[in-house]
Design a protein around this ligand. Structure first.
Ligand code: URA
Length: 205
């Protein structure tokens, strides 16, 4: 049997419309993840923050942004005067993509086809929450939100775009702001994220 070997598992094409995230086989990432991780937060949120994909801790907890990137996001929200309980936080891709390195599971960036397969779920979240402003955190989120692979952070960072009746504000991904080696540059990345979130807050009616 080729089940578990990849693309032949029932329902593993993007044409499938699974009823729940648990049943999703629109791409193959489910095979190596503990569970899918959907969005969390206020159902009445006017700001939706979109990350890349769950990390190691999120995969285990089943909730987005609970690990180190989530802690940094908490600090960005606090500095921007945004109560994290009033926003909705999710990811472009709902399963953790990783490769083994020793005993650790190392994050792997999702492929464009995985971003596209999973935009099915982001669309559902957008339809349910109806945010006025989307904050795209990093390139994967930006590609998913704008529905194109032909976009870079540099094109949009710090600017508010109008897209399909909503505002889209791009900020760095929190993991980037954690990883910048030089301390001054790291502080700058953090400050830029805070500015972006403030801009998002100002765009809310
Ligand atoms: N990084 C993300 O993009 N999302 C999470 O939920 C955690 C880390």
């Amino acid at each position: 049997t080729r089940r578990g070997a990849g693309g032949d598992a029932p329902g593993s094409e993007p044409g499938q419309h699974p009823a729940t995230l648990d049943e999703c086989r629109r791409c193959d990432l489910w095979q190596h993840a503990t569970q899918p991780v959907g969005g969390a937060g206020s159902k009445r949120a006017r700001i939706m923050l979109v990350g890349e994909q769950p990390g190691d801790q999120e995969d285990i907890a089943g909730a987005p942004f609970v690990g180190p990137a989530g802690k940094l996001l908490d600090r960005v929200c606090e500095a921007a005067g945004v109560d994290r309980r009033t926003v909705y936080v999710t990811n472009a891709v709902k399963h953790f993509k990783w490769e083994p390195r020793g005993k650790r599971r190392m994050h792997k960036t999702p492929a464009q086809r995985e971003i596209e397969a999973c935009s099915y779920w982001l669309e559902k979240e957008l339809a349910q929450i109806k945010p006025q402003v989307i904050v795209a955190m990093g390139t994967t989120a930006l590609k998913s939100v704008l529905g194109t692979s032909h976009v870079t952070l540099k094109d949009t960072l710090g600017r508010a775009l109008r897209h399909e009746g909503r505002w889209v504000v791009t900020i760095y991904h929190p993991s980037y702001a954690l990883r910048v080696p030089d301390e001054a540059a790291r502080k700058q990345a953090f400050a830029t994220m805070v500015e972006g979130l403030r801009m998002a807050q100002e765009l809310v009616d």
